[in-house]
Design a protein around this ligand. Structure first.
Ligand code: NAD
Length: 382
């Protein structure tokens, strides 16, 4: 409506609206990610090198109560390292306190109910003696212990034939990748959704191989990630309507985690090293600039580094900087917090923008291209 047709009061309101549209509201001192009073169940963290750990740490920093699901084969070593202080450096929060993991549940995400557990697993020494590690049993225990939860994190991937190209993958290998890495998410939402508080939030971790071919990421894992992203949208609708919760996935860049390192044939350079090198290739820094820590997280960067996180510049990516697991931790924490209350069904890239590049500047075909020189990284970021 043209201003000439508005009464003075309306004019004033219209000016406010214009101001709001221009984003010039009064400056805020701080925008906290506040998860105090919320219970977060993180499934798939076993050591400080992975994304699950960084997400857990960010949630702890935001004040959430942390409970975790740990894969039985990792349980003993995880609990031992927690007890003997091996994780202490990686558990320290910015205020000097230690991240508290209130309860650890043994959980195997390929089994939904006790009837699904085959005899050889039930009698396996890593499982024998564990009580109720299937998804439905763990959900029942969490419900009995906490009543309701607010945050659910799926940080699980497993593909027994991940080193094989799709052309060679067996049916069993393909379905196992899908079961552990994609259906596990569906099952978690099925079983935990009914006792999540409205306004609660779920995330999983995806990878760009879901949508573009990443040679070397085999075993049907690319298919599993495509399922995960598609299921994110469908679950966002169904669980949004049914339980009032949000479901998103983060498409994370390459990180040298335990799971990623396993994608290698004996004695050969691991897939993840190629993926990281591809991202950082041709970095030619000319000017050094000091770096501030990730926004919203208050420690100086060195204290954020957890063991195993690589520090290499990335230059096929738009942002020629290192990718840290806490970059994903911070983004995940935002998505899981009430700040993101209107965001659901999305795949959020946390990869320094690598997904947006359609032509690799480090390709030998680009050697003579003036663009490569023109857009060589000018600022050294770490
Ligand atoms: P990670 O090893 O820290 O995490 C994988 C976890 O899955 C481990 O804790 C493992 O114990 C657990 N797990 C495996 N099988 C399980 C099962 N049957 N039941 C329960 N838990 C099981 O490695 P990560 O790379 O941080 O992986 C976390 C998520 O991030 C995965 O979904 C992975 O695909 C995704 N991701 C990783 C990268 C990367 O470069 N590392 C990139 C994009 C996405």
């Amino acid at each position: 409506v043209a201003d000439a047709f508005l009464a003075p009061a309306q004019l004033q309101r219209s000016a406010v609206r214009v101001q709001q549209r221009r984003n010039v509201a009064a400056p805020m001192m701080a925008l906290p990610i506040d998860c105090k009073g919320k219970v977060a169940f993180v499934s798939g963290m076993a050591d400080p090198n992975g994304y699950g750990w960084a997400i857990t740490k960010a949630l702890a920093e935001a004040g959430a109560t942390i409970i975790v699901g740990v894969w039985p084969p990792m349980l003993k070593i995880f609990e031992m390292n927690l007890k003997n202080g091996k994780f202490d450096d990686d558990m320290r929060l910015p205020d000097g306190s230690m991240m508290k993991i209130e309860k650890v549940y043994a959980q195997d995400a390929v089994f939904d109910t006790p009837e699904d557990v085959p005899a050889d697993i039930a009698s396996n020494k890593r499982y024998a003696g564990l009580d109720g590690f299937t998804i439905s049993e763990v959900a029942a225990k969490v419900k009995a212990d906490y009543g309701t939860i607010d945050i659910l994190v799926h940080s699980i991937a497993n593909g027994p034939e991940v080193t094989k190209p799709l052309l060679e993958v067996s049916r069993a290998g393909y379905l196992a990748a899908s079961s552990a890495s994609a259906y596990s998410m569906v099952s978690l939402v099925q079983r935990f959704g009914p006792f999540m508080n409205p306004g609660g939030s779920v995330i999983s971790l995806s990878y760009f191989a879901a949508e573009k071919t990443i040679p070397g990421y085999g075993g049907g894992m690319s298919s599993a990630k495509a399922q995960l992203e598609s299921d994110t949208r469908t679950l966002a609708f169904e669980a949004g309507r049914k339980y009032g919760i949000r479901v998103n996935t983060l498409s994370a860049g390459p990180l040298k985690s335990r799971a990623a390192t396993a994608i290698s044939a004996k004695g050969q350079k691991a897939f993840i090293d190629f993926a990281i090198d591809y991202s950082k290739a041709r970095a030619r820094a000319r000017v050094s600039a000091p770096l501030s820590p990730p926004r919203g997280l208050s420690l100086p960067r060195p204290q954020y580094l957890t063991a195993g996180v690589l520090s290499r510049p990335q230059a096929n990516a738009p942002m020629a900087q290192d990718l840290y697991n806490n970059d994903v931790g911070a983004a995940a924490c935002f998505l899981l917090s009430p700040l993101a209350r209107a965001i659901t069904g999305v795949t959020l890239y946390v990869d320094n923008g690598l997904h947006s590049i359609g032509m690799a500047v480090d390709s030998s075909s680009m050697t003579e291209s003036p663009v490569v020189e023109q857009f060589a990284p000018q600022v050294e970021l770490h």
